[in-house]
Design a protein around this ligand. Structure first.
Ligand code: PGA
Length: 223
């Protein structure tokens, strides 16, 4: 069986002290088999986490600049992440779309930037963004991204109402027909160790994107 990808999105949570405690707990926790864990912390915690985990945990970022290196005040470009060993970048998250007015166009620009620096984009889409987002990427880009299906009403901060599994599976089939049959597809929205079972038991779901439940190392290691 292919390893399931379990991605933590810490959002703007945790300071250095809390991150250290989390990492110590996570590294000693008993993990489930057939899992590949990835943590996406706030940017300033990245070097610190790489250091204390001795590069033992794969790290990603929660967002990335749609531009290259240069005069873009406040942005972090993939170029800036070179040599740190960052493997993934979440792009198009619904909080970015809602609070920062990001569009599928901006998300597509971010995909291009990330792939140029060998960072795998995790492209978040709700049901009504699937076709539009896929069409804004080239065929080559579509074949290289991971897609996270996150219905906005399922995200804990936006209500936490999970989709029934049959609707989720329909959306996931729609994603594969838009992005490609071999696309790695994750589910996200109020996933915790109990609710994850129904999703992770499905062959067509390659993993989960986890916000709230990723903040406790103990819970995250049980996913
Ligand atoms: P949640 O967040 O698990 O807290 O619902 C998921 C996400 O926002 O990616």
């Amino acid at each position: 069986m292919k390893n399931k990808l379990i991605v933590a999105n810490w959002k703007a949570n945790k300071n250095i002290e809390e991150a250290q405690q989390w990492a110590e707990e996570f590294m000693t926790a008993e993990k489930r088999n057939n899992r590949h864990y990835v943590v996406c912390p706030p940017y300033p915690l990245i070097p610190f986490l790489l250091d204390i985990t001795e590069h033992d945990i794969d790290l990603g970022v929660q967002d990335i600049s749609p531009f290259g290196a240069g005069a873009y005040t406040g942005e972090v470009a993939p170029f800036n992440l070179q040599l740190l060993g960052i493997k993934y970048a979440i792009v198009g998250h619904s909080e970015r779309r809602r609070y920062f007015q990001e569009t599928s166009n901006t998300t597509a620009q971010k995909v291009t930037q990330a792939l140029d620096f060998d960072i795998t984009p995790i492209v978040c889409v709700d049901r009504d963004q699937i076709e539009e987002q896929a069409q804004l990427l080239s065929a080559e880009e579509r074949s290289q991204v991971i897609v996270a299906y996150e219905p906005i009403h399922a995200i804990s901060t936006f209500g936490g109402h999970q989709d029934p599994i049959d609707l989720t599976l329909k959306a996931i089939a729609q994603i594969r027909s838009a992005f490609g049959e071999n696309t790695t597809v994750l589910y996200g929205g109020s996933v915790d160790p109990d609710s994850s079972i129904i999703y992770l038991n499905e062959d067509s779901i390659d993993g989960v994107l986890v916000g709230n439940a990723s903040l406790e190392a103990d819970k995250f290691s049980k996913l």
